[in-house]
Design a protein around this ligand. Structure first.
Ligand SMILES: Nc1nc2c(ncn2[C@@H]2O[C@H](COP(=O)(O)OP(=O)(O)O)[C@@H](O)[C@H]2O)c(=O)[nH]1
Ligand SMILES: [Mg+2]
Length: 371
């Protein structure tokens, strides 16, 4: 069949483009059909099937208006949310018509549950028992007011300002210490960003050489806030990284060095030795260590007091940052740290973003316990 044999390729050559175009047109028409039907269906689903009638114009449903960023809850709201379990106990005590043994039991229990610890709880309740015994206070409502005042009084006496010496001709150095996972690196990130907003130049030194990821994490924060960044080799000497950081900051006239440190368990003597060395080295070079911030996770409980003691012995802690208070109904450890160790709580972490680091406000904190 030579004729056909000859004809077939010619036919193919001549008609192929036409067939191709026809096929393409079919695909397009089919595609449009699918899209239209799909849109109708999805419109129905979105309106619960009520608004889009069959035969109604197939206009794609209007885009949902861009969601307004939800108002960020205030510090107080965040605290109150975290501590609703505690406030229940205090509320129960309040509903009694008079002050009975149960009132004291409930108060004691709720204060312990909030992590005030036995010593602080006793210290707070002692003067109240006297007030009740002498009939100066007779009603549960008055007792709550007195309790609130007593708790405020325990906290109110210290300066919580971050120490930054403007007159220094060299960098201020803030060391950040604490156990693993307490929130040191995150706190440095937030703090650095805030200090940059205040107009200060910042250098972050990755003194946690124990884990490579810690350096990367800090570098990301440094980039985000426009801070300089210095790191060393993994497993290297943290003091030398911090020393280098201080030297670079001095050479570039940077105002503030934020030094991250490693935080394996605090009962590891090597860590404490290492941190003592970091402190000594930081003191030795140019610049001055004006803050040593101990970061404590609010969910740590009474162990936070031990941490504060040990870290303070090694590095002379000047302030505490209490993190993760957004997720904890505890935090009562602040009383013990301030009254027993005399270390002021300076900052509070209420989440994972830059704005979630705020100054500790004792009145707000105590108020939130009572809501
Ligand atoms: N919810 C909450 N999470 C936090 C807070 N601070 C830190 N974190 C988280 O805790 C984890 C450990 O923090 P990191 O800074 O790496 O701790 P580090 O080991 O002490 O440096 C991370 O997932 C942080 O995002 C806080 O105030 N609130
Ligand atoms: Mg870290």
């Amino acid at each position: 069949m030579p004729a056909l044999g000859f004809f077939a390729p010619r036919f193919a050559a001549e008609t192929a483009p036409t067939i191709f175009i026809a096929l393409a047109a079919l695909v397009i028409v089919f595609g449009i059909g699918v899209v239209v039907v799909g849109r109708r269906r999805s419109a129905k689903v979105k309106d619960g099937g009520f608004a889009t009638q069959v035969g109604a114009p197939t206009v794609a449903p209007a885009e949902k208006p861009a969601e307004q960023p939800a108002e960020k809850p205030s510090v107080r709201e965040t605290l109150v949310k975290a501590r609703s379990s505690l406030s229940g106990a205090i509320a129960t005590a309040l509903t009694r018509s008079s002050i009975t043994d149960s009132t004291w039991d409930e108060l004691e229990e709720s204060l312990l549950r909030a992590d005030l610890g036995v010593a602080t709880t006793t210290r707070v309740l002692q003067p109240l028992r006297k007030l009740v015994a002498s009939k100066t206070v007779t009603e549960p409502g008055e007792l709550m007011t007195a309790l609130k005042n007593e708790m405020r009084g325990q906290l109110g006496r210290v300066s919580r300002e971050l120490r930054f010496d403007d007159s220094l001709q060299a960098p201020n150095i803030w060391l950040v210490v604490g156990v693993n996972g307490s929130g040191k690196t995150t706190t440095i990130g937030k703090l650095g960003a805030q200090q940059r907003k205040l107009g200060r130049s910042v250098l972050m030194a990755a003194g946690d050489t124990f884990r490579a990821a810690a350096g990367d994490q800090l570098q990301t924060w440094a980039q985000r806030s426009g801070a300089e960044f210095v790191r060393g080799a993994q497993g290297g000497d943290p003091s030398s990284v911090i020393f280098d950081g201080i030297a670079r900051a001095t050479a570039r006239k940077i105002d503030l060095v934020l030094a991250d440190t490693a935080g394996r368990l605090q009962n590891n003597n090597n860590l404490m030795d290492e941190l003592s060395k970091v402190r000594r080295v930081a003191d030795k070079g140019e610049g001055e260590v004006t803050e040593v911030l101990l970061v404590i996770d609010a969910t740590t409980g009474q162990n936070g007091l031990n941490q504060a003691k040990q870290f303070s012995e090694a590095t002379q802690v000047t302030g505490v940052v209490l993190t993760k208070l957004d997720g904890s109904s505890k935090g009562g450890i602040v009383f013990a740290i301030e009254t027993e160790l005399g270390i002021p709580i300076k900052l509070v972490g209420l989440g994972e973003t830059i704005d979630d680091l705020v100054e500790f406000d004792a009145d707000e904190f105590v108020d939130a316990l009572f809501v």
